[in-house]
Design a protein around this ligand. Structure first.
Ligand code: MN
Length: 291
């Protein structure tokens, strides 16, 4: 990870939907040109990912990298079906290996369940499976000097953790120091009372942040109170990555776009979207240091 306060990142789906060397090359070049410090790759559709090639391109551009993902319905550690849990566990270890090969130190997202609307609450047995798998998995990540993020997602994407308070309880049960909480303003808008209290509740347990508008489109065009969010991050002296996440039907990743219900065109010009977002976030973070 780049040794600076609040490395600012961008999700690759702002640029490209695929992970071929050509796609990664384009994502790296555009991330660098826009002025970001970090590129976040989704591992959902990473079948074409050449990690050695990507690592070389990232390193030449001087960019840090992180990766995110959710699990899948047939590979889900929140299940009570042993075969499905085992496949979920395998998917996690494969993902960790990819991030390590990329030279990244953070794997985050819905590492605890499949993306998608659950039709019933999480069961006690399913929760025990999550805790057991993630405790062992966190130890493996620790051996590789890597950090795991638990992204707090809204009720339509998971039944495991919908609020910062849920995430703290889960992280406490896992009980490993390299498991941090990941907040996303888009999900917070749906589930939390506001954008301030969850940040204060987490304090130094907050380890990763996604910035997204209420509709996941052009930042500043929606109704989220980013001023209050940036104040809260400054109040807890948050120093971790802040990554801009936005999705439009203009750039499609076959698996992830469908999992996230990206049906609408919210922007066409990823370059304008991302350069504006970097200015917006960087100005907001800077202003929040002043009282
Ligand atoms: Mn997110």
């Amino acid at each position: 990870m780049i040794d600076i306060k609040n490395p600012l990142g961008v999700h690759a789906l702002v640029w490209v939907g695929g992970t071929t060397p050509q796609d990664i090359g384009e994502a790296v070049d555009k991330t660098k040109a826009a002025g970001f410090d970090l590129l976040e790759l989704s591992l959902h559709d990473a079948v074409d990912l050449d990690t050695a090639d990507a690592r070389r391109r990232l390193s030449e551009a001087g960019l840090a990298v992180s990766a995110s993902r959710g699990l899948t319905l047939d590979a889900d550690i929140s299940s009570e079906d042993t075969a499905i849990v085992t496949r979920g566990e395998e998917l996690l270890y494969e993902s960790l290996k990819l991030v390590d090969e990329l030279g990244g130190q953070i794997l985050t997202g819905a590492l605890y369940s499949a993306f998608g609307k659950a039709s019933a609450p999480l069961t006690a047995g399913g929760r025990r499976n999550i805790v057991s798998v993630l405790r062992t998995f966190a130890k493996e990540a620790s051996h590789r000097r890597m950090t795991l993020g638990l992204e707090v997602c809204n009720r339509y994407e998971t039944n495991v953790i919908n609020t910062a308070a849920d995430a703290l309880r889960l992280a406490d049960d896992i009980g490993e120091d390299n498991v941090v909480i990941h907040l996303d303003s888009y999900h917070m808008n749906i589930e939390e009372a506001d954008l301030v209290r969850p940040v204060r509740l987490l304090g130094d347990r907050l380890g990763y942040v996604h910035i997204g508008e209420n509709h996941r489109g052009y930042i500043g065009s929606g109704h989220l109170d980013f001023g209050a969010f940036f104040h809260a991050l400054a109040d807890i002296d948050y120093a971790g990555p802040i990554t801009f996440e936005s999705f439009s039907s203009a750039v499609v990743s076959p698996g992830l776009s469908n999992d996230l219900a990206i049906w609408r065109n919210l922007w066409d010009d990823g370059v304008d979207l991302a350069t504006h977002a970097l200015r917006y976030i960087s100005d907001g973070i800077h202003a929040a240091q002043h009282r």
